[in-house]
Design a protein around this ligand. Structure first.
Ligand SMILES: [Zn+2]
Length: 212
């Protein structure tokens, strides 16, 4: 099964009338945040496949009418603090980055990130009983602590995400927030059974689905 992930910067190869032709075999789409809502809506209508997203630290409400604001891409499904099943896969996600100023909504302290993660635990325990695994795909904007993180405050990894990986071992953790400027930047790191993937612009990942 192939999935398309997008994050952080609009990819002209995606924002193109060749989108369907290039990606007609993806099962669903993940957005790791910081992308314009209309771009995500273009992907949803262009591919006609489900799109799950988390918000990035730069996401904000968009005024569309005098008294109406848009807070998410229409037709997209926000994974924040939830567990969803998509084509047999167990997905969960968490919005935002570490708090570095109070100017945008999706910024959290490490402590707040812990509470987001801990809220997923009962659902993951249920998954283990019902499906034999806690979680298949974890989607966040920020990276986990110690993996792909930046050296500055804003791009630090989240401790609670690392704890989730270490203890619940989802097969994949997709994140964004870390822009790639050099071709030798590490974008995939294995932590036990979890493959941590930094998406910048877009990528297609062939998902392993034989979890047993
Ligand atoms: Zn970001």
């Amino acid at each position: 099964m192939k999935i398309l992930s997008v994050s952080d910067q609009v990819d002209p190869r995606i924002y193109s009338d060749k989108l369907k032709e290039r990606h007609n075999d993806v099962a669903f789409v993940l957005s790791c945040g910081d992308l314009p809502y209309e771009y995500l809506e273009f992907i949803i209508s262009g591919l006609n496949q489900p799109l799950y997203f988390v918000h990035g630290n730069h996401d904000h409400s968009k005024k569309i009418e005098q008294d109406e604001t848009q807070t998410h891409p229409l037709g997209g499904d926000n994974l924040h603090g939830r567990i969803c099943r998509e084509q047999g896969l167990l997905l969960a996600g968490i919005d935002g980055s570490i708090q570095y100023n109070r100017k945008t909504k999706y910024q959290y302290t490490q402590g707040e990130m812990w509470s987001h993660v801990l809220r997923l635990v009962p659902g993951m325990l249920y998954n283990k009983l019902a499906y034999g695994r806690f979680l298949d795909i974890f989607v966040t904007h920020a990276p986990p602590r110690g993996v792909h993180e930046g050296v500055d405050w804003t791009h630090q990894g989240i401790k609670a995400f690392r704890w989730l990986i270490d203890n619940f071992q989802p097969a994949y953790h997709f994140h964004g927030h870390i822009h790639i400027y050099r071709p030798d930047t590490v974008i995939e790191t294995r932590i036990g059974k979890t493959l941590v993937i930094n998406t910048f612009q877009s990528r297609v990942t062939k998902i392993q689905t034989d979890f047993d």
